[in-house]
Design a binder for this molecule. Structure first.
Ligand code: COI
Length: 368
């Protein structure tokens, strides 16, 4: 597959002729942002085809994509995406967090989904290009950010089942507050009984839309039982924790350990997950990445051995889990305050992201 680029891509920039006014934007950013419903005025688009490789990079008005109805993505789901945030610091500067890690993960996802790999430098540059024109959309209220959604789709019009010979990469951006409606308040989680998220050798370790499509029905069942997220168990024995519908999971033990499911080949390697592992190691906590039986969590909550658990991801940041429910059990207390370790890790991570404490690992990249 031709994924080469002769030189850094040159961007054509066409400002939107219907961009929101400064007043309209200020009113939007002043309101409740929620997650994923508001979009900035522009987007990045880069085309790829087998003979030319990556080409035709541009920043253009945010708007509908023109796709042939036979485009492969619409039939066989050849699609991958990422989630990255831009944070406004107190001095007005704009930074992003470990974008190279997201760019590298997108390359792994592309390889698995037989899509072309965008060079990591071009991935980071695409964020910079969007910020250059839409920087005023980076909110400044506490704990808000601009959520970038880079994604890649197979655009070739062909109904045979084979790797597409044409694809497009886009980045859209959304000013965002908390992912969960109640902010950082503890959420409840329901164990999926009948469905697995992904199998070994499948696409579970790739960030592709299909994994999330497969999570929607069990996620709906979790919601019907009053839970915010579904928890998937391993697809073979139905015994070990994998991940939640859209985020990784950590357990905090009373003896000071912090434990998360090992990368089994069917879970996503979260950038937030790996950052938390590093922060925990910096604190000289005992960190375990291993198989975690659901029974260990269940009995550990009841016995007090596991007083805290949390979900993590770019969108969710670090969100306490108050309650774990299954078909015939419920442990924890959704009304109990968020755990101390959970909140201290969340605060340390966000303090780094918002430039409130030194970035000792060199994770931040200045966008503007
Ligand atoms: C993210 O955390 O960025 C994600 O992609 C999860 C998504 C399902 C909201």
């Amino acid at each position: 597959m031709n994924t080469s680029i002769a030189a850094p891509l040159a961007y054509r920039v066409t400002p939107s002729d219907h961009a929101r006014s400064a007043e309209q934007r200020a009113a939007i950013l002043d309101g409740d942002l929620g997650f994923g419903t508001i979009f900035t005025d522009h987007m990045v688009s880069i085309e790829w085809d087998k003979s030319r490789g990556w080409h035709d990079a541009q920043v253009q008005a945010y708007g509908p994509l023109a796709l042939d109805p036979a485009a492969a993505v619409l039939h066989y789901g050849q699609e991958i995406f990422e989630g990255v945030k831009a944070y406004r610091h107190a001095d007005g500067s704009i930074w992003t967090f470990r974008p190279q890690a997201n760019g590298a993960r997108m390359q792994h996802s592309a390889a698995r989904l037989a899509l072309p790999q965008l060079p990591v430098d071009e991935f980071v540059e695409s964020l910079r290009q969007l910020i250059a024109i839409d920087h005023a959309w980076v909110p400044s209220k506490p704990e808000t950010s601009l959520y970038f959604r880079p994604f890649m789709i197979a655009t070739e019009a062909f109904l045979g089942v084979r790797t597409a010979q044409a694809a497009a990469y886009h980045v859209i951006a959304s000013p965002a507050g908390a992912y969960f409606a109640n902010g950082v308040a503890p959420v409840s989680i329901r164990v999926s009984q009948d469905y697995a998220r992904a199998a070994k050798g499948g696409t579970g370790a790739a960030k592709c839309g299909g994994n999330y499509a497969a999570s929607l029905l069990p996620q709906q069942a979790a919601r019907a039982h009053g839970c915010s997220q579904v928890l998937f168990l391993d697809p073979v024995e139905g015994k070990y924790l994998e991940e939640l519908g859209g985020m990784n999971v950590f357990l905090v033990y009373a003896d000071g350990r912090i434990v998360t499911p090992e990368l089994s080949g069917s879970i996503l390697e979260g950038v937030t997950r790996s950052s938390i592992l590093q922060l925990a190691r910096d604190r000289v906590m005992r960190v375990e990445e291993r198989k975690v039986p659901i029974d260990e969590w269940k009995t550990g909550v009841a016995s007090g051995e596991i007083p805290e658990a949390f979900a993590c991801g770019t969108a969710a940041v670090v969100t306490p889990i108050g309650e774990l429910k299954g078909r015939d059990f419920s442990v924890g207390d959704i009304n109990a305050p968020a755990g101390e370790v959970t909140m201290s890790i969340r605060n340390e991570l966000t303090d780094i992201q918002y430039g409130r404490i030194p970035d000792r690992h060199g994770w931040l990249v200045k966008l503007r």
